[in-house]
Design a binder for this molecule. Structure first.
Ligand code: GLU
Ligand code: MG
Length: 427
């Protein structure tokens, strides 16, 4: 199948015969512009395209996944950019948007980003094992082995897999790699995880929140900066909180544009039930050290030797979830980070306390605020943020906002129970 990860964060595309692979790489497959307005519930949001227009989706051989599921079924797909018939990147192609963000950062600063996505998800059919236990790990051993094997055959080697804290919750992390590849792999990982679970008669869901009273499924995006010579550029032992001036500027850009960024990283109605204090996700627009509720967390480094420390040093953005296309989520971070570098911003000192205990004045004095508390609020912030919007193709923010409003509209009359079920079924 030739695939694109779209505004709904789902992977859609068209199948073709394996024997036609080289032909399809050469000629692409046809794609319909209005498809980008198919919401995660298959309703169609307002589309500027209507029934008009034709696009081409180009399967990129670099992204090829060729693997075998535990039930013996093959799984083969390729991601790729969508262009118009003349080959120009399409305004709503998430992969081209990320590609452009990478190139803008490189052209303006010489820097590149290495990233990885840490995914949490929940499996059905558990018998109530406890978080982080060996017992819980063993309960899912067959699943984990099958997942690692299926990923491995697709050339994706996980860094770790664990039985997370939430009920029947698992977490899997891949090693860091170049930004575009990291997004390709995150996309493949979600698809393969769901397919492996299905083949083993269980169900995996990455829904941001599966029930009101439990922890959510986060997608934490780790990233680091690298200079043009391939040297690590995130760490400076003499810098505030160990950050280099470039990393400080990059982070400050994300903090300044956090509200608009969340529209792209946490883009479901339920995302905002997760992004509240005391869910170990992120509630405020802060940089934090040793704080698993910070929007951006400076991650601990275990290496002792200075060069190794510099290479290990990375930060983690916590207000993302799997309703977001990995391409758009990473593009939002790179774009806001590039703004920070362009404007030579500096990040404030990292917070180290529970911000939910501070009163409104103390927060405001330190430039701290709650993140958006609904998808509508986040979308409105993205629309209002001219500088962030300008990092994306002209019409994309308006089309994206219409998509998300279509999603909001689709769920507005659902009961709480139906809402959770709908998102769990989708993601
Ligand atoms: N489940 C938490 C979230 O929604 C993250 C827990 C952790 O790994 O720190 O982001
Ligand atoms: Mg976790």
């Amino acid at each position: 199948m030739a695939c694109t990860s779209d505004f709904s964060g789902l992977v859609r595309g068209k199948g073709f015969l394996s024997s036609d692979l080289s032909k399809r790489i050469q000629n692409g497959v046809g794609w319909t512009p209005t498809n980008v307005q198919i919401t995660c519930f298959d309703s169609i949001a307002d589309s500027p395209y209507g029934a008009l227009g034709d696009m081409v989706l180009w399967p990129d051989p670099e992204t090829r996944v060729e693997t075998m599921l535990p039930d013996g079924a093959p799984m083969s797909f390729l991601m790729g950019p969508v262009t118009d018939l003349d080959g120009a990147p399409w305004e709503c192609c998430t992969r081209s948007i990320l590609h452009n963000a990478i190139e803008t950062l490189r052209a303006e600063t010489g820097l590149t980003v290495k990233a990885t996505f840490e995914h949490e998800f929940m499996l059905s059919g558990g018998r109530g094992s406890r978080g982080f236990t060996l017992d819980g790990f063993q309960e899912r051993r067959a699943f984990s082995d099958a997942l690692v094997e299926t990923l491995g055959a697709a050339g994706i080697e996980p860094d770790s897999i664990l039985r997370e804290y939430g009920p029947d919750q698992m977490e899997i992390t891949l090693p860091p790699t170049d930004a575009l590849k990291a997004a390709d792999q995150a996309t493949a990982l979600r698809e393969i995880t769901r397919a492996v679970a299905r083949a083993l008669d269980t169900k995996a869901t990455f829904s941001p929140l599966c029930a009101p009273d439990i922890v959510g499924n986060g997608v934490h995006i780790h990233f680091s900066l690298w200079d043009a010579e391939g040297h690590p550029a995130t760490h400076d032992p003499a810098g505030q909180d160990g950050l280099s001036p470039q990393a400080s500027a990059f982070i400050a850009g994300i903090l300044r544009h956090a509200n608009g960024v969340t529209a792209l990283t946490a883009p479901s109605v339920l995302s905002y039930e997760r992004l509240v204090p005391h869910r170990w996700s992120a509630g405020f627009n802060n940089l934090g050290a040793q704080d698993r509720e910070a929007l951006i967390r400076i991650c601990p480094v275990s290496a002792r030797e200075p060069d190794a420390r510099a290479r290990q040093f990375n930060v983690e953005f916590r207000a993302a979830d799997a309703a977001a296309s990995p391409y758009l989520a990473l593009a939002a971070l790179l774009s806001a980070g590039t703004i920070g570098l362009r404007e030579t911003l500096s990040a404030p000192a990292a917070t180290t306390e529970d911000l939910s205990l501070l009163d409104a004045k103390s927060l405001a004095d330190r430039g701290l605020a709650r993140l958006p508390q609904s998808l509508e609020e986040a979308i409105a912030a993205f629309e209002a943020d001219e500088t962030l919007r300008a990092c994306f193709p002209d019409r994309m923010p308006a089309i994206y906002a219409a998509h998300k409003r279509g999603e909001i509209d689709h769920v507005k009359d659902l009961s709480n129970e139906e809402l959770f079920a709908a998102y769990a079924a989708t993601y």
